[in-house]
Design a protein around this ligand. Structure first.
Ligand code: MRU
Length: 371
């Protein structure tokens, strides 16, 4: 997708600079476009853990490229296999909720383990690149499969924009390109359908206010940033035609973990008869789990993300934290919550749309019947 009219992906390599993986550092967005080269495993671990990159599919792709960097470092170690296994464990431990991370690491290990260590870097780079390229295709397909849902609303109200509410950033900055929740939105916009997006600010890290708004603005899509608690009011007043969100892990029975606050939006949507769609690549499905509330690990982050808010200081020309809460008030920072399948109208995947249920998902992914 575009920034200032120039097409970017969120992660890429350059044959002229072997051993470097380039990312958009998302921390200073929307105020500064900072491109960073990751050159070591340590840097890849830091980039995921400290959310220079974020969003389930992009975390997976970054972990894959991180293992490529680790495979270069392993060449000089006495026991390269132990070194690679340790790197994989370190990357896996960075963020616990998005299952794409472990999925990407398992896929990388499966292709590297049978090979002699000397062949790892070239093979790892090719596999990480394949994961990134496939993610772009998958997101585009999610867009194609979600587009008819928007078109159907547009046909019902031809003289008005379709109002879509989204939470967090499940946009192209959360994937390698296109996004999941936003892919149908971008395609609908390209098709000339009048749209308007309600963007939840998404406290405490404000991925909606900072990143989704930035993306939509860059593509000329009408949008309004709203405080997180506004959605219910808008739905009661008929101002939301549909919700579309992403997910970090979806169980085989259709329960959906996504950014904290998603569950409350789903409840409000259910109460007001507003369709609630979840867009996801199959790499986000955890086929080993059914009961999301009981079984999906929920990341808890630093309380300082709640006690302090980050903003652009014009004078200093950089992002600065400002305290919000009394100095001694403790803060809790659950990063995700689980929306039960019964509150999800449909899942939008790269293979099509389905009911949020085991039979719905297995209808699209019959090869997982035996998993
Ligand atoms: O903590 P984050 O910013 O990584 O959380 C991201 C989300 O919750 C997204 O909605 C999810 O990863 C889906 S991204 C296509």
């Amino acid at each position: 997708m575009n920034i200032n009219g120039k097409p970017y992906r969120t992660i890429w390599t350059d044959p002229a600079e072997p051993g470097a993986v380039f990312i958009i550092d998302q921390r200073p967005l929307p105020h500064e476009l900072r491109i960073v080269a990751l050159r070591t495993l340590d840097e890849a671990v830091t980039a995921i853990r400290d959310m220079w990159v974020r969003g389930a599919p992009l975390i997976g792709a970054t972990a894959a490229f991180g293992l490529y960097l680790a495979s270069l470092e392993a060449q000089t170690q006495a026991d390269p296999a132990a070194c690679l296994a340790k790197a994989s464990r370190r990357l896996a431990a960075t963020r616990p909720t998005a299952v794409n991370l472990q999925w990407a690491l398992d896929r990388m290990q499966a292709v590297l383990q049978p090979l002699p260590a000397g062949q790892w870097p070239a093979r790892a780079l090719a596999e990480a690149q394949a994961i990134a390229d496939e993610d772009v295709q998958i997101s585009y397909q999610i867009g194609q499969n979600g587009l008819p849902l928007i078109e159907a609303v547009a046909r019902r109200k031809p003289d008005e924009p379709v109002h879509i509410l989204t939470h967090c950033n499940a946009g192209w900055m959360a994937t390698v390109d296109w996004g999941t929740a936003t892919a149908p939105i971008y395609l609908a916009h390209q098709a000339g359908i009048p749209l308007h997006v309600w963007v939840d600010e998404t406290r405490p890290r404000n991925q909606g206010a900072r990143i989704t708004a930035y993306e939509l603005a860059a593509h000329g899509i009408p949008h309004t940033v709203i405080p997180d608690n506004t959605g219910g009011h808008l739905m009661q007043h008929g101002l939301v035609d549909m919700c579309i969100v992403g997910t970090d892990r979806t169980t085989r029975c259709g329960d959906v973990a996504n950014k904290i606050g998603t569950y409350l939006k789903a409840l409000a949507a259910h109460d007001n008869g507003v369709p609630f769609y979840v867009a996801l690549p199959s790499t986000t499905i955890d086929w080993s789990l059914c009961d999301g509330r009981a079984e999906i690990p929920i990341e808890q982050r630093e309380g300082s993300e709640v006690t302090h808010i980050q903003g652009w200081d014009e004078e200093a020309g950089r992002i600065l934290p400002v305290r919000l809460t009394p100095a001694n008030s403790p803060a809790a920072n659950y990063a995700f919550d689980v929306t039960p399948a019964r509150l999800v109208t449909q899942l939008i995947t790269e293979r099509g749309c389905c009911e949020a249920s085991e039979s719905g998902l297995l209808g699209l992914f019959p090869e997982k019947n035996s998993v």
